[in-house]
Design a protein around this ligand. Structure first.
Ligand code: B3K
Ligand code: ZN
Length: 846
C-alpha cells in the first residue's frame, strides 16, 4: 500500500465552483449524474486533472457537452481537459445494497444513507475527494421514498423527488444523502439574531418515543455555542437522522447530521444514565462541528486534529457546563489514560498531527481526538481564558470559509497574545506521553519549598528523539491543618529539568501537583502515604483529591498483585471518611469507589519493569473489592438507602449521580450480602440504569441466569437494548469463560455480525475484558482473530479499529506474546486483507 506524507502536500490544480448531482435511487443500480464546473487554480503548479473514484461503473463522461474517454484506474481517472473553465459531466452506477463497508452510499434496514468522511465520496462519483476542494452543492434525488434528504435548504419537494441546495461551500466529505420511510420529530430554534431554524430528528417508525432527549440536547447545544463562542447557526434547517448500521458514533455533514442510532435514540426505559450523557455530548460535538470543521475545515487529513481536537474540547466544556465539571474531568482522564496512553505508549504511537498514513480511517484515534483536546486545554491554561476567547474570535473571523492548518490555528494565538508557540507546537509533532518526575526540597529556615521537575518522553518509532515540551503544571499547597496555603499557580515547565520555589511558608506543606490534570503526562511524585492521605482528606482541587485516592488504590493493588498483601487499611479508612461526607456530590463519591482498571494496572506494572500477569491482576482487583465490600458494608447500606431516587426518572446530573453511587454500593454489597438486593432492584426497576446495573451484579455473582432470560424476553425487539444484553454477558464473565461466552453468543439468532454495534457488543467487550481476553489459554486471541478475518472483507473499518485490542501485546509474557504473534500473522496472511487492517496489524506487529 502507498504511504501519503504531510510534506508532500500540493494544492489541487483546479477550483470547483459548483457541483450538481442527480441520484436515481435503486438498491443495486443507483445512477449518479454529476455536473461540475472546473477552472484552473492559479495557486497550483500541477495541472493534472485527476478525479478520485472507487468501485464506480462509468456509464458516460463529457466535457462541455462532448463525450470524452478518460483513463480509468482502480483509484480514479485522468482526462485531457481544456485550459479554460469547463463543465465536467459524468454518469456512474453504484450498488448501495452491496456496500457492506458502510462507506459511501449504502443501505441500512431499507433506508439509503451516506458516510463520506474521510474518503467515501469517491465511492459515489468521480470527484477531487480532498478537504481543500470546497464547492457549492445542488442535489436532486429521485426515488420511491417518503423522505428524501440532502445538505442545506430544500428548494423543491415532489412525489418521489426532492431538490436541495447548500449555499455554504464545502468539501465532499461533508456531503450527505438520506432516503427512506422515516418519521420526523420536529421542533424550532430561534437564533441569537432572531432567525427561525426548523429542527428535525428523523427515525424509523417505532423509534418516535426515543427522540425527545436528543432534540433538547440539540437546542441546548445551539444555545451554548451562541453564549460561549458567539457562533450562530447558518441554515434554515438542521436535520439529524438515526441509522442502525454505522461505523462510528455520528457524522457532522452540513445541515444533515447522520447518527448511529445508539448515539441519539434515548428513553428512560431503554437507555442508561451514561447513554444519556454520551448522547448529549455527541449531539453537541456534531453540532459544534458546524463551525469547527464545516465553516472552517481542514486543508488535508493530517490536520484532522484541527477540527477534532477543538470540537472534543468544546463538547467537554459543554458537558462541564451542563453537568458537574470535576466529575466530567475525572471521567475524561480515566478515559484518556485507558485509551490514549495505551496508544501513545505502544506501537501505534503517533503525533496529534501525524506525518504519514496509508489509510486515513486508521487515524481517527484517541491521540488525534482526546490528546488533541488536551493540547487545546493546555493552550487555554497557558494564555488564560480571556486571551483564548480573543484568539478564537480571530480564528473564526480570519479563517471562515477556509481549509486551514495547525499553523493557521497557532498563529492566531501568537498574534493575539504575543507568545512564541514554537516549542508548544511539539505537542502536535511529537508522539509519546511525557514522564514527569517531581522532587521536593524543603528549607525550613527560609520557609521555602522548591519543586524540581524533570521531563522525559520515551522514544518511539514515530518520534525517535523527543525534545522537551511546554508543560503547564498547576500546583497548589495544602498546609498541615488541611487549609490551602498557596492557591493554584500554573508553572510553565519548558526545560528538561527546571525548579520553582514557593516561599513565605510557616510549615512544610503538601504539594498538590498537576491539579485538574493540567497536562497529559505520567506524573511521578514521591509523596509519602501520609501525604497522599492528607490530600485525599483535604485537597481543595477536586481532581487531585480524587487522584490521591486513586494513587493510593493503585499502590495498594500493586502490592497485592506483587506481594499478595492485603488491601491497605489506611487507604480504606480514609476512603470511608470521604464516602460518608455528605457535602460531596454523590457522583464524585461514586468515582471515589472506582478502582484503576486492569489495563491501567498492567501499564503501571510494565512501566516499573514488571511483566503484568492478567490473572493476578484480576484476583487482586476482586479481593480488593471483596475487602471494600466487607469493610464498608454498613456505610454502603446507608448510602443505598439515603440516595435511592424516588422521584420520576430524569437523566440529569443530580439524579444520575445518585444512581451511580447507589449502584456502586449495590454492586459491592452483592459480594457480601448475596444477590437479594440486586434481584429486588432488577424486579422493581422502571428505568434501564437500575435494571442493567442490577443485571450486571446478578450475572457477576453467578446468579443471573433467570434475569438474563427475563431481560431477553422483555427486550428481544429492541436492538439497542439487546446490544447491552450481548455486551454485558461478555464483560461480566469469569476470565476463563469470557471467550466461551463470546463464542456462544455468536451462535445466537440475533447475532447479526454485519451490524457494527452488535459485533462490537460482543468483541469490543471481549477485547476490553482484560483477564478474559488475555487468558493464558489464548482462546480470546484466537476467537477475536477468527472473527476479524471474517469481518475484514465485509467491513474493513470496523475490523481495523478492533485490531487495537492487540496493541499492548509486547507488555505480556513470552508465552502470551507468542500466542498473539501467531494470530497477528494468521490475520496478516489472509489473502486480500484490506488496506485498513494490513496497516494496523503491520504497525502493531513491528
Ligand atoms: N467526523 C466524524 C468521524 C468520521 C470518521 C471517519 N472514519 C465524527 C466526528 O468526529 O464528529
Ligand atoms: Zn468530530
Amino acid at each position: 500500500p502507498q504511504t501519503i506524507y504531510l510534506s508532500d502536500y500540493q494544492p489541487f490544480g483546479y477550483l470547483v465552483d459548483e457541483v450538481a448531482l442527480t441520484f436515481d435511487l435503486d438498491p443495486h443500480k443507483t445512477r449518479v449524474k454529476s455536473r461540475i464546473s472546473f477552472r484552473r487554480n492559479p495557486e497550483a503548479e500541477d495541472g493534472e486533472f485527476f478525479l478520485h473514484g472507487e468501485g464506480l461503473k462509468l456509464i458516460s463522461a463529457q466535457i462541455d457537452g462532448k463525450p470524452v474517454t478518460p483513463k480509468v484506474t482502480a483509484s480514479g481517472l485522468t482526462c485531457d481537459v481544456p485550459d479554460t473553465p469547463f463543465f465536467w459531466e459524468a454518469e456512474v452506477e453504484i450498488d448501495p445494497k452491496g456496500n457492506t463497508a458502510l462507506e459511501g452510499l449504502y443501505m441500512s434496514n431499507g433506508m439509503y444513507c451516506t458516510q463520506c468522511e474521510a474518503e467515501g465520496f469517491r465511492k459515489i462519483t468521480y470527484y477531487p475527494d480532498r478537504p481543500d476542494v470546497m464547492s457549492v452543492f445542488t442535489v436532486t434525488i429521485n426515488g420511491p421514498h417518503p423522505v428524501l434528504l440532502s445538505n442545506g435548504n430544500p428548494v423543491a419537494q415532489g412525489q418521489n423527488h426532492a431538490e436541495w441546495h447548500d449555499p455554504w461551500p464545502k468539501p465532499a466529505y461533508l456531503f450527505a444523502l438520506v432516503a427512506g420511510d422515516l418519521i420526523a420529530h420536529s421542533d424550532r430554534f430561534t437564533t441569537m439574531s432572531g432567525r427561525e431554524v426548523d429542527l428535525n430528528l428523523y427515525v424509523r417508525p417505532g423509534d418516535e418515543g426515543k427522540c425527545a432527549f436528543g432534540m433538547e440536547a440539540l437546542k441546548a447545544s445551539m444555545k451554548w455555542d451562541e453564549d460561549v463562542y458567539g457562533r450562530e447557526y447558518d441554515l434554515d434547517l438542521f436535520n439529524i437522522v438515526a441509522v442502525d448500521d454505522f461505523n462510528m458514533g455520528a457524522m457532522e455533514n452540513k445541515g444533515l447530521n447522520i447518527f448511529n442510532s445508539a448515539a441519539v435514540l434515548a428513553s428512560p426505559e431503554t437507555s442508561t444514565d451514561d447513554n444519556f450523557e454520551r448522547i448529549e455530548a455527541i449531539i453537541a460535538h456534531e453540532y459544534f462541528h458546524n463551525w469547527t470543521g464545516n465553516r472552517i475545515t481542514c486543508r488535508d487529513w493530517f490536520q484532522l486534529c484541527l477540527k477534532e481536537g477543538l470540537t472534543v474540547y468544546r463538547d467537554s466544556q459543554f458537558t462541564s457546563d451542563m453537568r458537574s465539571a470535576p466529575v466530567k474531568r475525572i471521567g475524561d482522564v480515566i478515559d484518556l489514560r485507558s485509551r490514549q496512553f495505551a496508544e501513545d505508549q505502544g506501537p501505534l504511537a503517533h503525533p496529534v498531527r501525524p506525518e504519514s498514513f496509508q489509510e486515513i480511517n486508521n487515524f481517527y484515534t484517541a491521540t488525534v481526538y482526546e490528546k488533541g483536546a488536551e493540547v487545546i486545554g493546555m493552550l487555554k491554561t497557558l494564555v488564560g481564558d480571556e486571551a483564548y476567547s480573543k484568539a478564537l474570535d480571530l480564528y473564526f473571523e480570519r479563517h471562515d470559509g477556509d481549509a486551514a492548518t495547525i499553523e493557521d490555528w497557532l498563529k492566531v494565538f501568537e498574534e493575539t497574545t504575543g507568545r512564541d508557540l514554537t516549542q508548544f507546537k511539539r505537542w502536535y509533532s511529537q508522539a509519546g506521553t511525557p514522564r514527569v518526575d517531581v522532587t521536593e526540597a524543603w528549607d525550613a529556615g527560609k520557609g521555602m519549598l522548591t519543586l524540581t521537575f524533570a521531563q522525559h518522553t520515551p522514544p518511539s518509532t514515530a518520534t525517535p528523539k523527543p525534545a522537551p515540551q511546554v508543560l503547564p503544571i498547576a500546583v497548589g499547597l495544602i498546609g498541615p491543618d488541611g487549609s490551602e496555603v498557596a492557591p493554584t499557580r500554573v508553572l510553565e515547565v519548558t526545560e528538561a529539568e527546571q525548579s520553582f520555589t514557593f516561599d513565605g511558608l510557616d510549615e512544610r506543606p503538601v504539594a498538590s501537583v498537576l491539579r485538574g490534570f493540567s497536562a497529559p503526562v505520567v506524573l511521578k511524585h514521591d509523596l509519602s502515604k501520609d501525604e497522599r492521605l492528607h490530600l485525599l482528606a483535604h485537597d481543595s482541587d477536586a481532581f487531585n483529591r480524587w487522584e490521591a485516592g486513586r494513587t493510593l488504590a493503585r499502590q495498594s493493588l500493586l502490592s497485592t498483585i506483587l506481594h499478595g498483601s492485603a488491601p491497605d487499611a489506611d487507604w480504606l479508612d480514609a476512603l470511608q471518611v470521604v464516602l460518608s461526607d455528605e457535602t460531596l456530590e454523590p457522583a464524585y463519591r461514586a468515582l471515589m469507589l472506582g478502582l484503576p482498571g486492569h489495563a491501567d494496572l498492567a501499564s503501571t506494572l510494565h512501566d516499573t519493569g514488571e511483566t503484568p500477569d492478567p490473572a493476578a491482576i484480576h484476583r487482586a482487583v476482586e479481593s480488593t473489592r471483596d475487602a471494600m465490600a466487607a469493610r464498608f458494608a454498613e456505610v454502603l447500606g446507608d448510602l443505598y438507602t439515603r440516595h435511592t431516587v424516588d422521584a420520576p426518572y430524569r437523566p440529569d446530573a443530580e439524579q444520575s449521580g445518585k444512581r451511580a453511587l447507589t449502584n456502586a454500593a449495590m454492586s459491592l454489597l452483592t459480594r457480601v450480602q448475596g444477590a437479594d438486593r440486586a434481584q429486588a432492584q432488577f424486579d422493581g426497576a422502571d428505568n434501564m440504569t437500575q435494571q442493567l446495573s442490577a443485571l450486571a451484579a446478578l450475572v457477576r455473582s453467578g446468579q443471573g441466569d433467570k434475569a438474563l432470560a427475563d431481560f431477553e424476553a422483555q427486550w428481544r425487539n429492541d436492538r439497542l437494548v439487546m446490544d447491552k444484553w450481548f455486551g454485558l454477558q461478555v464483560s461480566q464473565a469469569k476470565p476463563d469463560e469470557a471467550a466461551a461466552v463470546a463464542q456462544r453468543l455468536t451462535e445466537h439468532a440475533d447475532f447479526n455480525w454485519k451490524n457494527p454495534n452488535r459485533f462490537r457488543a460482543v468483541f469490543g467487550s471481549l477485547a476490553m475484558h482484560h483477564a478474559g481476553f488475555h487468558h493464558e489459554s489464548g482462546k480470546g486471541y484466537k476467537l477475536l482473530a477468527d472473527w476479524l478475518i471474517k469481518l475484514d472483507p465485509v467491513n474493513p473499518q470496523t475490523t481495523a479499529r478492533l485490531c487495537s485490542a492487540f496493541q499492548t501485546w509486547r507488555r505480556y509474557d513470552v508465552d502470551r506474546q507468542k500466542k498473539i504473534e501467531v494470530e497477528l500473522d494468521r490475520i496478516l496472511a489472509t489473502p486480500g486483507l484490506s488496506r485498513d487492517t494490513t496497516e494496523m496489524l503491520s504497525r502493531i506487529r513491528e
